[in-house]
Ligand binder design. Sequence first.
Ligand code: DON
Length: 316
Amino acid sequence: MPRAAAALQTVLDEITEIARASENRGKVADYIPELAGVNPDQFAIAVARPGQPPLVAGDVDVPFSIQSVSKVFMLALALGKLGDRLWSRVGREPSGLSFDSMLLLELEKGYPRNPFINAGAIVTTDAVLQGSIPREALGALLRFIRAAAGDEAIHINERVAQSEIATGHRNFALAHYLSSHENLKNAPDLTLGTYFHQCAVEMTCAQLANAGLFLVGGAGAPRLVSEARIRRINALMMTCGHYDGSGDYAFRVGLPGKSGVGGGILSIVPGIASIAVWSPGLNHYGNSKLGTEAMERLASRTGWSVFGPDTRQTDG
Ligand code: DON
């Protein structure tokens, strides 16, 4: 292993040891019954760099439910289909509210703040589904993710999707409210069925880090979207990817990131690397607690931040 990779591997091993020893691991999401039983003691991290095998540490062979991280891939597909016309249906401002909030949707007449809160993601999925059927839209999503990751084994966990179809009352409320403002073009059940299945995509950390390489850009990275679109998706991940915790993530980590209630986080170091971290316990924003802490450590140790390196190594 080259010296730089060996040094990075040591950092990942140390971060994993600290995570494994942590006592306060956050709370596993239990509003999706199929996820409620996931063992909170698990932790994994992977760093993928274009043209190099990913570096991994922790429970790297365990696939997890990527949940809202899927919204990044669906956004790339929706932008590919509609281009800037997507922004007539969904905004690009942080919401400052939780991922499943309904508050602003009523005030702002069915125009969701951004594509990463649930309401905005349901609209994004609806745009991809329009003129198609759920099986085709999900096929396109899987093809995109598999091409990005270079891995044909990535799949959807049907039990997780069905678990959410049976219990996702808030998302049904959001979808029907969007429909009342004519911001869904398909029947709410069809759009939601597609949305719940996209959230149920499963990956290991290495698969997710590889799948994120299309957002790294530069030589050797998979070219699935234009450089201009990479820049915009990364901007949205930075400002909206952690919901009402996005400011805190930017402050602590300083990288574009997208979280999911399965405990996964995908973060991008533009031009350098794609990082996936997973630990199922969540903080009060609904983002992985140990995952965020690990990302903060990794950004500090490597100097990987779009705002410059953390030379002080202090809290402030
Ligand atoms: O729609 C939901 O509630 C879930 N399928 C996804 C939410 C999610 O991952 C929020 N992220 N932290």
